[in-house]
Design a protein around this ligand. Sequence first.
Ligand SMILES: *Cc1c(COP(=O)(O)O)cnc(C)c1O
Length: 427
Amino acid sequence: MSEKYSIETTCVQGGWKPKKGEPRVLPIYQSTTFKYDTSEQMGRLFDLEDSGYFYTRLQNPTNDYVAQKICDLEGGVAAMLTSSGQAANYYAVFNICEAGSHIIVSSSVYGGTFNLLTCTLKKMGIDSTVIDPDCTEDELHAAFQDNTRAVFAESLANPTLAVLDFDKFAKAAHSHGVPLIVDNTFPTPVNCRPFVYGADIVTHSTTKYMDGHAMSVGGCIVDSGNFDWETYADRYPGLTKPDESYHGIIYTERFGKAAYITKATAQLMRDLGSIQSPQNAFLLNAGLETLHLRMPRHCENAQRVAEYLSERDEVAWVRYPGLKTDRYHERALRYMPNGTCGVLAFGLKGGREVAVRFMDHLKLAAIVTHVADARTCVLHPASHTHRQMTDEQLKEAGVEPDLIRFSCGIENVGDIIADVEQALADL
Ligand SMILES: *Cc1c(COP(=O)(O)O)cnc(C)c1O
C-alpha cells in the first residue's frame, strides 16, 4: 500500500510512483490490450488467478494509478474509475443490489442521480424509498425494509447545498446492517472525509472539482473496506457466494477487503463497460495535482459572493453553508471544517423572470450546464435542467422556481462580484 502523506502531497504525487528511469509524469497507456508470453498466463488472468492487465474495458494502468490517488485522498482500501459520475453511482449501488432489492435515497441528491436510483433502477426491479435528509431518526428507521441493501446520500447536495447528517445516516444504516454510500463530489476529500464519519463507500463525479477545468467527464468509486459483507452474507450473495461467471470464486474469500471493488471491476465493468478513457484519466490526474490549492480559493470566493448577495435588496434569499445564518452552518463546521465548496444558491425578488434576466446580463459568469470548475458559471434549474416541471413540481423536488445555482470559479473575487453587481443594476 502507499505511504501516508498529507492530503496536499497526495494530490501532487499520489498514485503513479515512478521507479528508476521511468517517466516523472504519469504515462497514458493508450492501448486496448496487453501482451503475454503464453496462453496459460492469459488464461490465469481470465480466471482471476493472477492479477494483471489484459483488456482496457476491465482495467488500464493509467486509470488505476489515478484511482489509487483518489483512494488515498479518501483514505480507502480500493478504488476504480468510471466513465462518468452517473456510471459510478450506478455501479456503486448495482454491485450490491439485484432485482428484489430496496434502497433508501436522500431526496436532495442531484437530479440525474435521483432519476437513476428511483426511476431507472426501478425498471430493473430495484425499489427505493426517498427520504428527506433532515428527517427524524424515527422516520429514517421506518424507511428500512427486510430487503434494504444500501442507503444513498450526498455529503453536500447539488444544488440545495444541504450538509449530510453523517452521524444519523451512518448509525441508522449500520444498525440495520447495510452500508452507507455517499456521493462526495461537491466538497471533495480536500474538504470532507466521509469514511471518518462512518460512510462505507464513496462516489464521485470527477467531472467537477477533481478535473476542475471542465475538460473530461468521469467518475470514481472508493471502498473504505469497513463494511463486513460476510456478517450479512445472505444479503450480499454477489460478494459472499460463488460467482458462476468466474468458475465459482467467492469475492470476499479471495479478495478480502478488496472484494467490493474487485467484483465491480471483474463483473460490472466486464459486462457493462463504462470505463474511463486513459486520456481522460491523464487529464483528471493533472486536475487532482492542484485540487488542494483550488478548493480553498473556490470557498473563499463563494463566501465573499454569498456575503455580498446577503446584503443586496434585490436578493430574496441566499443559501451557502459558510454563512453564519445558514441552516447548515453548524453541521458544515463539524463535517467540513475547512469549507464546503464554491457553489451557492440564491433567489431574486421577482422570482423566475427576474432570475432569467439577471443571468442574461452576466458577462464574466457564463450560462452553462456545468458546475464546480475553475470558471464561474451559473444555471437556472427551472429554465434548464428541470425545465419540463411546473412550479408546483419544482417545489416538491426541493428546487425553488427562482433558485439560481451560482458556481464560483477561481478568478479574482472582485471581478466576480463586479459582474454580479452590474447584472443586478441592470434588472
Ligand atoms: C454531476 C454530478 C453527478 C453526475 O456526474 P456526471 O459526471 O455528470 O455523470 C453525480 N453527482 C453529483 C453530486 C454531481 O454533481
